[in-house]
Structures are given as structure tokens and as C-alpha cells.
Design a protein around this ligand. Structure first.
Ligand code: ATP
Ligand code: MG
Length: 320
């Protein structure tokens, strides 16, 4: 598909994040509804062209666990990426509206993320880098797919230079700037699973405020270099530590993730034992001990969830 702005009819806004804005559009020539993501980056034209070249790998990422890619183009000064439109939106919006996600549905979500990450790494040597509920999408057919993985090194760098990364899902080793691997995505999955089954972000009481970053920190915290100004802490970011009621800055939270025991599911929460051990193994702080996505494919919670026939179509029909 040769995509350009003129051929895309704007339908509605879908949302925006740290790196850009997503709209629902209609590609009239092919009669295809798409989600168009406009990424704001402050980069030279040569860098933008390089990003566009790197994004072409997305055409080869074909899996039922991954949102399809239609194409990307430059609309100066932005990069536009068109992908499969998922009409039920992302899991963060779903749980914020409908409450905690049922454990059997979370089982299917875990299968998708584990298999999707395994595919990306085994076949394309891609590390996702941004696993979180807003990057897991659902459609009316009951399909669940992951999106927004880091295929372009140049794009990752450009975003890191301009915007605050998704620090609250970052693994301890990534926060510390250590060697960083596909196992960091497993940590982010563990945090996301707790968030989905509890219906709230595990580190914060008020989940709306967890990514509110003070203006003066914008551009200083990044996924690749999170601690550039770590010594200057103290900026309030409205993150409250569970149970303490104390306000924490983003930097305090990052320090908490590095220094304190990882979050766990509540022992009296009535969750299956296999889910509890799944979360515990994803959140092993030492990346050497933490499994890779491929290792997780044999975890009892994943094996049981693969076997269970969950009626996802019935579940999405409750989301209206
Ligand atoms: P971040 O920028 O930190 O990754 P984010 O994932 O919330 O945060 P975006 O990726 O810009 O931000 O997405 C914004 C919102 O658009 C998402 O929360 C999701 O609800 C919606 N969205 C994104 N992609 C699609 C899609 N393919 N189909 C339907 N809705 C989408
Ligand atoms: Mg996203």
C-alpha cells in the first residue's frame, strides 16, 4: 500500500501517549479502516528517512499475536505509521472503565504477550521495550494483539531524546542502565499482569497520575538513559506508594523499584497459585534468574491458559 495523508479520511481521535497521537482513519482507495499514529520527533530529515527505512521490517512481522502494519510515511516533520485498527481499544482503557480483568482473560492476554514476544525475538531479534496495558489491544472478534514495539533503533533514540519514557514499567536493570535484554519485557509483563487483575497500577493508588511527569523533567528521563539527572530528584510526579499514602516523585519510584522487593499479588486475593508464581517469576529482580519469554511458554500458568478455551468473544461483548 502506498499511503499518504491525502488518501486518509479522519474519522476520530483514539488517544495520545508520550510519543504521539493515534487517530482512526479510512483509507478510501482500499476501503480499509486503520489506526494512524503520528510520532512527533525532533530529528533531521536524514534521520527521519533512516527511521522510515528501519520501519519497513514491520512489513515482515506477521503473527496473529501482533497488530498488522500497513505502512509508514513522512509528513514533515512527523512520521506517520498506519496499523490495524482494533475496535475495542487498549487494555488500560478497558480496565479503567470496566474494572479488573477476569483471570481467565488475563490468561489469554499472557499467552498472547509471551508468544508475541517469543516470535519477535526468535524470528526478528526484536525486543519490545514498551510492554504495558496501553500497548495490548483488543477487537470485537475477541482477538488480542500487541503493538508499539521498538523496531527502529533511530526512532527509539529520537523518542528517548525528546520524551519521557514509560519509566514505571521499566525493569530494575533498565532503570540502572545495565545490560538490557528481552527479559526486561518480562518484568514489564509482570507489572502489567498485576495491574490488570487488580484493576490498578501496582505502585500507585491513583493510576491516572502515574505517568504525569513534571514539565521540568520532560526530556531528562528516557528509556535508554533514565538517570541522566537522577541526582536532582525531588520533583513531584503524583505517584503514591501503595499503602503508605505518601507521594513519591518519579525518581523516588524508580529508586523504589531498584531497591525494594518487587510487587506481588496479595496472598489473600484468591488468585490461582500458578498465576501467583507466574507474577513472582516475571518480577525476579535479577535478570539472570528471570525467565525469557520463551522460557515462560512452559510455565504452568501459560500452559493452563493455552489449554483453557476462554470465550473471548463473549468477554468483549460485555465491553459495550
Ligand atoms: P506511550 O506513548 O507511552 O506508548 P500509549 O500507548 O498510551 O503511551 P499511544 O501508543 O500513542 O500511547 O496510543 C494512544 C492510545 O491510542 C492508546 O491508549 C490506545 O487506546 C489507542 N490506540 C493505539 N493504537 C491503536 C490501534 N491500533 N487501534 C485502536 N486503538 C489504538
Ligand atoms: Mg502505545
Amino acid at each position: 500500500l502506498d499511503l499518504k495523508n491525502e488518501d486518509l479520511k479522519h474519522l476520530s481521535e483514539l488517544g495520545s501517549g508520550n510519543s504521539g497521537t493515534v487517530t482512526k482513519v479510512l483509507h478510501e482507495k482500499s476501503a480499509t479502516t486503520m489506526a494512524k499514529k503520528v510520532v512527533f520527533i525532533d530529528a533531521k530529515p536524514t534521520v527521519r528517512k533512516q527511521i522510515l527505512r528501519e520501519l519497513q521490517i514491520l512489513h515482515e512481522c506477521n503473527s496473529k499475536y501482533i497488530v498488522s502494519f500497513y505502512g509508514a510515511y513522512i509528513s514533515e516533520p512527523h512520521i506517520c505509521m498506519c496499523m490495524e485498527f482494533m475496535d475495542k481499544g487498549s487494555l488500560d482503557n478497558i480496565y479503567k472503565k470496566w474494572g479488573p480483568v477476569p483471570v481467565d482473560v488475563v490468561g489469554r492476554i499472557v499467552v498472547v504477550v509471551v508468544q508475541g514476544l517469543t516470535y519477535l525475538y526468535d524470528v526478528h531479534r526484536i525486543i519490545h521495550r514498551d510492554v504495558k496495558p496501553s500497548n495490548i489491544l483488543v477487537n470485537g472478534q475477541g482477538q488480542i494483539k500487541i503493538c508499539d514495539f521498538g523496531v527502529s533503533g533511530e526512532l527509539i533514540n529520537s523518542i528517548a531524546d525528546t520524551f519521557v519514557g514509560t519509566s514505571t514499567y521499566m525493569s530494575p536493570e533498565r532503570i540502572q542502565g545495565d545490560q538490557y535484554s528481552v527479559k526486561s519485557d518480562v518484568w514489564s509483563l509482570g507489572i502489567s499482569v498485576i495491574e490488570l487483575v487488580l484493576g490498578r497500577f501496582p505502585f500507585a493508588e491513583a493510576s491516572e497520575s502515574d505517568d504525569e511527569v513534571p514539565e521540568e523533567l520532560r526530556g531528562t528521563l528516557s528509556p535508554t538513559n533514565p538517570s541522566r539527572r537522577a541526582g536532582q530528584g525531588g520533583a513531584r510526579a503524583g505517584v503514591s506508594l501503595e499503602g503508605t499514602g505518601a507521594q513519591m516523585s518519579i525518581l523516588d519510584l524508580l529508586q523504589h523499584i531498584v531497591n525494594e522487593p518487587p510487587p506481588r499479588l496479595p496472598a489473600d486475593g484468591g488468585f490461582p497459585h500458578s498465576l501467583e508464581t507466574f507474577v513472582d517469576t516475571c518480577l525476579l529482580k535479577d535478570p539472570v534468574l528471570r525467565p525469557s519469554p520463551k522460557d515462560l511458554t512452559t510455565h504452568p500458568f501459560v500452559v493452563e491458559s493455552e489449554r483453557d478455551k476462554v470465550d473471548l468473544k463473549a468477554w468483549v461483548q460485555t465491553l459495550v
